[in-house]
Design a binder for this molecule. Structure first.
Ligand code: GLY
Length: 370
């Protein structure tokens, strides 16, 4: 088992990465389960796939699960969903010292974490992420949120979990497309700050995607360790360190917006293509080599992810995509900081990017053959 501490003083916690953790959920989480009845919020799909394992573990330890199932999909991360969940937590008489279990992908983790951040001014929660994306990104670092009519994740709070149990066995039932989308975030850690990890993924990424146990544990644990380091350095994204985790997200967000945040482009797929665009744009600015940008593209392509805008099938120009970026929540006094590359493994924050230049670059990229 890999145990990765997130060093945040009194708010610090462990991320444990291993196979079979959900089968031992009761013992793993024992210090936090102080009552017989344990509130558990689950994505309905994740509960169907993993619920038996948790129920057996908690049942054997003398616990009873109070289960709240959430319909899969981003639609559940809403004001209505939040109100319903907090009302349920209140009806369950959850107290500040209690810990709510959150089982599923980023949607359930974000929604449950936010509900727990406001319930009685804050109660505890434990992340049980069941997607690759949630294991390497959203379950770690305490960003919690819901979506509103204006945009995604615009209302939320920083609220750290007390523990994260990333059970690698849960990934066995994940659809291949979701696994690939989550892999984009794994690759991101190599591209933004760890060249040896990028090189390892270029060689062994196929084994990760085939769920080879040793390769998968190495990939997840290395990703989590990278995120833990960054979160410990810049918990609230104020120094610029945590902002580097947004590599690929600004371009990706524009693509997700243009495709209506729909199944046409999953978040991780947008991040993967966004990372390629950030690499090519960095090369166009003369701060990164074109051949290295194509190495990033090759690593993305090797995972079966898109590397060209033509592959998305868009009916718009670069100006329209750049326009979507102006709604980005990272806009700061009229400018949008971009995460760009100086080298593979060396990302930086550029605050001097003109959106007109980005639009011209995207017009060129729209002409690139799929
Ligand atoms: N997903 C980016 C972050 O947690 O900061």
């Amino acid at each position: 088992m890999a145990v990765i501490p997130v060093a945040l003083g009194g708010r610090g916690y462990e991320v444990r990465v291993a196979r079979g953790l959900l089968d031992d959920a009761a013992s793993e989480a024992a210090p936090f389960l102080r009552k017989r009845r344990v509130p558990l919020v689950a994505d309905a799909g994740a509960w169907a796939a993993q619920g038996d394992r948790i129920a057996r573990s908690l049942g054997d330890a003398g616990h009873e699960i109070a289960l709240y199932q959430v319909a899969p999909g981003e639609g559940s991360k809403s004001w209505t969903g939040l109100a319903a969940l907090t009302d349920w937590l209140l009806a369950e008489e959850v107290e500040r010292g209690d810990h709510v279990l959150a089982l599923g992908g980023g949607m359930v983790g974000d929604l449950t974490g936010f509900a727990c951040s406001i319930l009685k001014r804050g109660c505890g929660f434990i992340q049980l992420p069941t997607t690759l994306l949630a294991q390497v990104d959203s379950s770690v670092g305490g960003k919690t949120a819901i979506n509103t009519a204006v945009g995604k994740n615009l209302v939320g709070a920083f609220h750290q979990p007390a523990l994260v149990l990333a059970d690698l066995d849960a990934l066995a039932t994940l659809p291949a497309r979701e696994l690939r989308a989550g892999y984009a975030e794994v690759l991101k850690y190599g591209v933004l700050g760890d060249r040896p990890f990028f090189d390892w993924l270029a060689e062994r990424g196929g084994e990760v995607l085939a769920l080879d146990p040793a390769a998968l544990e190495h990939a997840v644990a290395t990703s989590v360790a990278a995120k833990a380091r960054i979160v410990a350095e810049d918990e609230r994204e104020t120094t610029g360190a945590r902002a580097l985790l947004n590599l690929g997200h600004t371009f990706g967000h524009a693509l997700e917006a243009e495709t209506g945040f729909s199944d046409r482009l999953l978040h991780g797929e947008g991040v993967a293509l966004g990372m390629v665009l950030a690499a090519r744009y960095s090369a166009r600015r003369g701060q990164f080599s074109y051949s290295e940008a194509e190495r990033v593209a090759a690593a993305v392509a090797a995972a079966g992810l898109l590397t060209t805008l033509a592959g998305v099938g868009l009916d718009c120009d670069g100006g329209r995509l750049a326009q979507h970026m102006t709604h980005d929540k990272k806009m700061d006094a009229g400018t949008l900081p971009f995460v760009l590359l100086r080298a593979i493994g060396d990302a930086c924050l550029a605050r001097d990017v003109a959106l007109a230049d980005v639009a011209a670059f995207l017009d060129e990229e729209l002409l690139r053959a799929a």
